[in-house]
Write a protein that binds this ligand. Structure first.
Ligand code: BDR
Ligand code: CA
Length: 312
């Protein structure tokens, strides 16, 4: 099993990603850290605990992380994910356990100093990751893969014409991570996540196949469908974050390109990920960017992971 730390801002699609990871026989989630993003950190912590309760894994520590971006004002995405971050399902709070007494930075120190070859998956703004790289760079020799959902390579953004939400919220942290990561960042951008679309009929089929295992998914997804319908008039919702888990285990589904990436930290293009595709700047590649994905197989792994607890 691969030992994995997940940094997230749950979030509807983060919750799906956590479910896929937690139920995969190939992944051992050793800790979850929460960053301010889709919802304020405190709500994200509560939601991670709700997901852990669903799969009976409240033994996994949840660390509260940054409550706001490094420089810019914090803007949540509660319009997309609901005020509670889980599609206004307003599930009861977990009371059996609380979040870890350690914050995200102390949590990374505890976990990474005790493990080697850890995969780090970042599903939200990169504030916690940047803070760790800045203050505890030595810990990152214990990480073998850093996989990030964020940015847009050749497509338009989802928060501005050019910016994807995770990078737009904390562009300073995002750029810090690109410029300072000792690892080649495996970047899962909107270009490929936009191809991963959950639809009401897929959800219905999941409920038909296994009503119990799709119960949580069925509570949180309808809000996402409604949002996408209102915004884009599409009968389905892009589920970005679970593609990180599927790509991590199945890199053969993706076509990638190694390039230098920087993130714009001010002005009209705030949060844009600039990829130096033609090597104008002659800088070494800092990212392995997903360009294409076998979307049908990826979706099959996601549905399978949510339902059968078996993404192998
Ligand atoms: C990203 O932003 C969030 O709304 C999603 O959880 C995903 O991580 C997509 O832009
Ligand atoms: Ca997210």
């Amino acid at each position: 099993k691969h030992q994995v730390i997940i940094d997230a801002d749950p979030g509807i699609d983060d919750s799906l990603a956590l479910l896929v990871a937690l139920q995969s026989p190939m992944i051992d989630v050793i800790g979850i850290s929460i960053v301010a993003g889709n919802v304020p950190t405190e709500i994200g912590v509560a939601n991670a605990l709700k997901v852990l309760r669903e799969v009976d894994r409240l033994d996994i520590p949840v660390f509260a992380g940054a409550e706001k971006p490094w420089v810019h004002d914090y803007v949540s995405a509660q319009d997309t994910h609901g005020m509670d971050g889980m599609g206004e399902s307003h599930l009861p709070l977990v009371t059996e356990v609380s979040a870890s007494a350690l914050d995200a930075q102390a949590g990374y120190e505890a976990l990474l100093s005790a493990h080697e070859d850890v995969w780090f998956m970042a599903l939200g703004p990169l504030t916690n990751v940047a803070q760790s790289l800045k203050t505890q760079p030595e810990l990152w020799s214990h990480v073998s893969r850093l996989i990030v959902m964020g940015g847009a390579y050749q497509t338009n953004g989802n928060t501005s014409p050019v910016a994807e939400y995770n990078f737009w919220v904390d562009p300073d942290a995002a750029d810090y991570v690109f410029q300072n990561s000792p690892l080649l960042i495996e970047l899962v951008p909107l270009d490929v996540t936009r191809k991963i679309v959950m639809t009401p009929n897929i959800l219905q089929m999941m409920q038909y196949l296994d009503a119990d295992k799709s119960a949580l998914v069925a509570k949180i997804l309808p809000f996402y469908f409604d949002f996408h319908w209102a915004q884009e008039h599409v009968l389905g919702a892009v589920i970005n974050d679970p593609l990180v888990m599927v790509y991590a285990l199945h890199p053969e589904l993706a076509k990638t390109i190694d390039k230098y990436v920087t993130v714009v930290t001010s002005g009209i293009a705030l949060g844009q990920s600039i990829v130096d595709g033609a090597d104008f700047w002659q800088r070494p590649a800092n990212a392995k960017i997903l360009q294409q994905i076998d979307a049908k197989r990826a979706m099959a792994y996601i549905v399978g992971g949510l339902l059968t607890r078996d993404v192998t």
